[in-house]
Design a protein around this ligand. Sequence first.
Ligand code: PMP
Length: 345
Amino acid sequence: QPHIRKIPTNQPVLPLEVFSSRLGKKPEEIIKLDANESPYGPPPEVFEALQDLKHPNIYPDPECRQLRTALAKDSGLGANHIIVGSGADELIEMIFRCVLVPGDRILDCPPTFPVYAHQAAVSGALLVKVPRKKSDYSLDVQLIEKMVDKERPKCVFLASPNNPEGSIVNDEVLLKILDMHVLVILDEAYIEFSGMESRMKWVEKYENLIVLRTFSKFAGLAGLRVGYGAFPLSIIEHFWKVKLTYNVSITAQAAACAALQNPAYLEKVKVALVQERERLFTLLKGVPFLKPSPSYANHFLCEVAPEMDAEKLKDDLESMGVFLFCLEFDFGSAFATRPSEWTAS
Ligand code: PMP
């Protein structure tokens, strides 16, 4: 197509309906673990709020005032630090639109959430890759510092807990990276499962920190698309300028507000998911050809021994109605790549 520039593909997971018709099973019979969604769904207040929706003929509040006020109350951070988006994904995309011009660099620490690298490719930003340490997926802070000095990336993306394996960034490491004077994007999509406090409040102190959160995981609202970012006041005004005017539907805003009204339900679901994570982790540790990684998230990564075919294992589980995400990555040195291993999460 002569009018379209070259765009890298991304690989979203398939919808539940496709899985269920493929297997001839009801959606409720499918065990869908490939996108780290909540199997429990949102609190009942969400369904009530959706039934009570009025005025679909009127545009939604472009500033999500009610939701931002509720988030501010819960987090102790002023609503003026918060922007809501259509999932944390939209905020990632906004960061690229607001901060980077083609040719700028971002620093990425794979294996991690692939949307950072994909958005970099879409926006023409160059990727400075600093792979995580093979032993425990922790960040290689020394190498990050070296690459920041050498390549001068504009921002560093860090997921804590990380996707795919669920390791966290501790305070000491975060402070070291904040000290490198790059913009740090701390993606806390899974923070609720970590037992740690969110670093949202840190944006009051650190002018180079953006914290991302989402209702997709802990609140069971992945299908309604609500995420948000906490920004330092010195940069948030620029983000308001790039945000699409009516980016969060009335449905999504109402659902997120309703979810926050039932913290007891959200806590119960979180505890159940963490317990289940630990139970499954212990079980899988006993399987000789699997090596699950300890996780602070609602999911974990399971390395598959080289003599096993991870893709086939995934297909076999699929035929039983269990859907996983299979990924391949390498632990080369920064920039270099090595023959890769298959792993299933
Ligand atoms: N960050 C991470 C680390 C994720 O794993 C995900 C979802 N898979 C997101 C952000 C995006 O979440 P959302 O559904 O809010 O767009």
